[in-house]
Design a protein. Structure first.
Lengths: 461, 122
């Protein structure tokens, strides 16, 4: 209820609210427009690879195809087919995104906010400084990304490195992990940690509460579903890969979080935000990864795990922050009265990719329309930065636990117990990750640098 | 055993359907508090009733959304899932008076109600 009154400053008079409510139905138009353009009206492209094989490229298969295709020419074909939709409809996508931006602008002005960013972060009482710290730390520390890309280019023996070459693997470890094996591996990884913590991770994976294997008609992907008063349920589509082991650990983190919250909070306070949810889940990934690296014996295993750790930071920290920065810059254009066209949107992405990766995306046919490829940018503006902030927080907390900072684990369990009883930035701070301090984000950079160093050493051995 | 056991919610779809019949009365009861929240007794009664409704909703929702995710091709569970969603949106609409009513009462009064009662405090 306090939250309601916190928002009071931005709630208007009954008359004005009524007036705005009349425009309520228009709010979902950008989402439905995007869905129409990107999904409903999409026609999947067919390509013929150099070996004569004909393939249909879809949104769901193109990443794994890129990972498995050795020929650079073929990868180019696959990538171009996947992005053709955005290139062919660039003006329509830009127009849909302009609608997103104009709605954000009209909303923040009508409701007395300083900016679209402030309005978006206000819901969970997140200071804009958190967003700026993240954006600035990532932007100022891209040198190790470039070093990693050079390393990949060299060891993958590529003439030119493209953005879509990120799916290629430096080493192949084909070990298989059944659901039972994966579960035991995760239990080994957390063995010896706080007994209360271990107990709830085990509860999360009890028989009857996990549906492990894919089945015809079953929902794809993975989730943990928690409802107050009930034990949480986990849905997996376990495919015996190493990735599936991490997914299991991730979802167990969500379920354990739910169990802690429900045990310690009344119904109205138990529900936690995605901001803290992703701290609980990614914490488990750090624990598992560290354990597996320690346990690995062969060079192939080491490379595979280090690459996985580095790509995790590339995808969750740098890439999401790049997209968040794009959102910030695009909103700034509107504030400055600059017309929104596909050229002006692409310009932001071209500059950011050059700065982050030292890749000129105009040389990749269609990549400059990557802003049209990310559905979150249309569906839920200023959302993706949370992946990066939560990841940073969990890494910092895990670091504290590893370095045996006094009370580090107790404070983390305090966060898990606190459910939705406080604002997320306060919860993270109490758990040892102060997101209003740049140091927290710098910990990710340090970790990234150290991982790239380790990988370089193993590769050059 | 690497499959879900949904019996903590309901033993069968029939048992779920029986329970669903109770939901409309809950919704009407909550809607009947419109214009009455500035009175402490009704204020408290509203939040007690809301918690009861939430408990029922969680049980109904928990069962049907998990059951339909196990087989999205099963049209029986997916149509029941949709039926429940429609009742949820009906609930949302019929309780939309709450936020404006609380704001009209003012923070001071609402917080004094909350502080005066152990149930409301949590």
């Amino acid at each position: 209820m306090e939250k309601l009154f916190l928002q009071q400053k931005h709630v208007l008079s009954a008359d004005q609210e009524n007036l705005l409510a009349n425009f309520g139905a228009t709010r979902s138009v950008p989402s439905s427009l995007y869905q129409a353009l990107a999904i409903i009206d999409r026609q999947d492209e067919k390509v013929t690879l150099s070996d004569g094989k004909e393939l249909t490229i879809t949104q769901s298969n193109y990443r794994s195809l890129l990972a498995e295709t050795a020929s650079a020419e073929d990868r180019k074909l696959i990538f171009e087919a996947a992005f053709k939709r955005y290139k062919d409809n660039k003006a329509a996508f830009a127009s849909a995104y302009n609608l997103v931006l104009q709605q954000l602008s009209a909303n923040y002005k009508s409701r007395n906010y300083e900016s679209a960013l402030e309005a978006a972060l206000f819901r969970n009482n997140i200071p804009t400084s958190v967003f700026h710290n993240l954006k600035d730390v990532a932007y100022e520390n891209t040198s190790h990304i470039k070093r990693y890309i050079q390393l990949r280019k060299k060891h993958l023996k590529l003439e030119t490195y493209h953005t879509y070459d990120r799916f290629l693997k430096l080493a192949r470890d084909d070990s298989k992990y059944s659901f039972e094996t994966a579960r035991n591996l995760f239990f080994e990884a957390i063995d010896g940690m706080d007994p209360h913590y271990v107990a709830h991770q085990k509860d999360a994976l009890l028989n009857g509460y996990v549906d492990a294997y894919p089945k015809d008609g079953k929902r794809t992907g993975a989730y943990s579903s928690g409802l107050y008063g009930f034990h949480p349920y986990i849905l997996l589509n376990h495919d015996d890969t190493l990735d599936a082991v991490f997914t299991l650990a991730h979802e167990a983190g969500h379920s354990a979080h739910t169990i802690f919250s429900n045990e310690n909070q009344p119904m109205a306070m138990a529900d936690y935000t995605i901001f803290v949810a992703e701290i609980a889940s990614t914490f488990n990934e750090h624990v598992l990864l560290d354990y597996l690296i320690k346990k690995s014996t062969t060079k192939e295993q080491k490379i595979d795990l280090l690459e996985k750790a580095i790509d995790g930071i590339m995808a969750t920290f740098f890439r999401q922050t790049l997209f968040a920065t794009y959102e910030y810059e695009a909103n700034k254009l509107v504030e400055q009265g600059v017309p929104i066209t596909y050229q002006s949107l692409s310009k932001i992405m071209i500059d950011l990719y050059k700065h982050y990766y030292d890749i000129d995306i105009t040389t990749e046919n269609g990549k400059e329309y990557v802003w049209a490829y990310i559905p979150h940018l249309f569906y839920t503006p200023f959302y993706v930065y949370q992946y990066a902030t939560s990841y940073s927080a969990s890494l910092k907390i895990y670091d504290n636990v590893k370095k045996q900072v006094p009370q580090a684990m107790e404070n983390f369990i305090g966060l898990l117990k606190s459910g939705g009883s406080d604002y997320p930035v306060n919860q993270a701070a109490k758990a040892g990750a102060d997101l209003t301090n740049k140091e927290t984000f710098m910990a990710v950079i340090e970790r990234f640098k150290s991982l790239v160093d380790q990988l370089e050493k193993v590769l050059e051995e | 055993m690497s499959q879900w056991d949904l019996s903590p919610f309901y033993s069968s779809v029939e048992a779920w359907e029986e329970d669903l019949k109770k939901l409309p009365a809950h919704i009407e009861h909550l809607a009947s508090f419109k214009g009455k929240l500035s009175d402490l007794q009704s204020f408290r009664a509203f939040y007690v009733a809301e918690e009861e409704t939430n408990k029922l909703m969680y049980r109904l929702y928990g069962y049907i959304h998990l059951a339909s995710d196990l087989n999205l091709k099963d049209t029986v569970t997916s149509s029941k899932n949709q039926q429940l969603m429609l009742m949820f949106s009906d609930l949302g609409q019929k309780t939309s008076f709450v936020a404006p009513e609380l704001i009209a009462m003012g923070e001071e009064k609402v917080m004094s109600f909350v502080q005066s009662d152990d149930f409301l405090k949590t």
